[in-house]
Design a protein around this ligand. Sequence first.
Ligand SMILES: Nc1ncnc2c1ncn2[C@@H]1O[C@H](COP(=O)(O)OP(=O)(O)OP(=O)(O)O)[C@@H](O)[C@H]1O
Length: 600
Amino acid sequence: MQNSSYLHKREWMLVALALVSIVGQVFLDLKVPDYMQRITMRVATPGTVASDLTGDGALMLSAALGSLVLAVITGFCTAIVGTSLAKNLRQKVFSKTFELSSAQVNNIGTDSLITRSTNDVMQIQMFVVMGFQMLIKSPIMAIWASSKIATQSMAWAVPTAIAVVATIITLAVVIALVMPRMVRMQKITDGLNRVTREHISGLRVIRAYTSQSFHRNRFEEVNADLRNTTLFVNTGFAFLMPMLTVIMNALSLAIYGVGAHLINDAGSPGDKVTLFGQMVAFSSYALQVVSAFMMLAAVFIFAPRAWVSYTRVREVLGTEPDIADASASQVPASSSVLPTGSATAPSSATQTPAIEFDNVTFRYPGADNDALHGISFTVHRGETLAIIGSTGSGKSSLINLIPRFSDVRKGSVKINGTDVRHMTQSELRNGIAYVPQKSTLFSGTVASTIAFSHAEHDNAPQLVVSAAKTAEAAEFIERADKAYAAPVASGGSNFSGGQKQRLSIARAVAYQAPLMIFDDSFSALDYKTDSLVRSHLHDAGADTTLVIVAQRIGTVKNADKILVLDKGRAVGLGTHRELLASNPVYQEIARSQLSEEELA
Ligand SMILES: Nc1ncnc2c1ncn2[C@@H]1O[C@H](COP(=O)(O)OP(=O)(O)OP(=O)(O)O)[C@@H](O)[C@H]1O
């Protein structure tokens, strides 16, 4: 992962400007005690008049004002850098989720991905905006002020060193106690998001089962856990500041105590004045050193959580996608998902199959057993393959291998003769219209839902309308007041299950791909609509290859080939008549759905 890519050139320039202005601030802050020492010595020298102090007084004021201006410039720079960094990180996490496979997304967790791109990024932003300046400033200040101290009396340096060590130990103890809880805090936030999301999306079921109190308790558990952990962390920090104030005040006391002894022991009044001036300057330097460590303490309020958040974001960005495009050397020059046939296409026996499964075995990541075992079949261009089988027999797993949502464990899946692993994912998926089992619709209008990723379709409403007609959706769309401009709520929640399926089918039709895959996408349609949609699909493109997963015999019986799956194995392949005559699994499914007459 390249950290540098999180910031653009402009932001790096602002970082550089912030660094320069921080160094300038420290320089000016440390100039103030010098002037203070000179003014003190002049005041303590007999015969000094007010006008003798004007020069140093003006310089001291200018240094303080200069430091203020530089602080404002630094704050401005860090604000821009922090917010831009947050924007870039959110963008990168969002883009990364497109690259990850479903298994990888499930592994990280949808809720965790949301927390990482919102709450975690916010923690990083807060650190950069508020903590970065202090993180850089405090060590420079501590080292610079210490070097000034080193030139003064050792008698004063000793209590300062003790104060610094005490500050470091206090910081280390608090951080050691608090850090593990900070890591937990982000994980609990993930959990809180998950439970909240589950409850809100399942409100209707919770109400129907009157299980509010069970779910309230479940929520309360996570909620209380977050409160307790946050309380522990905040209590740790609540100790930190008073402890550091005590150290700082004890140091002032020690410096003045030592100073009193030194002045007392000094011989001439002139030496006493010099020592007094040095003491004033020294206490100022020493307090700068300790306050540098206090700043560091303030940084530690943000830094550990920001660090935890950064590692969580980095974990996502650093994940290598399971499904990656083949390198150029692996891609045969001829690879293309487009049909290889021509107007004078050879017969299906000699034609390259549109889809070819060759002894395919597949296993889900982390599963103990294969979900698919040695599946082989071919489908030619323009043919319809139906896949039938009981629940959990592997139908979805099988068709998900075609657009490469998962990769085979053994064997190969070929499209027009090319292994899907040898094509780029966009090349492969541009040639496939996929209708998932669960209609996933995005907010927008009916037209934008059907046109989906193809903005150019907005200018070709006839394509949207014709896709809606093919999917038998035109009637209910046009019945609504705004027709194709009618709003679609997030998830299509303002449409019925059957309407959502038809919008989802229309979206696939508008995609105009040579291969269409329907994963049980007709299940919410009545028999008549189911049959009409399939017949329109057939009429729409003689060259289009269709793969239809279904549970109903009525949906599959007209297919050119029907693949029967049972427990992840292909137990039959043929037409409805052939399977009905000889395949026991198909016969059993048919018997459970068809009347005696239909069977005959
Ligand atoms: N993400 C997953 N991780 C692990 N195992 C899975 C996953 N998805 C499915 N399986 C398992 O793989 C097997 C086949 O599931 P699949 O979804 O392909 O069946 P299906 O025939 O499409 O079922 P249905 O008709 O109910 O949709 C099942 O045993 C299921 O438990």
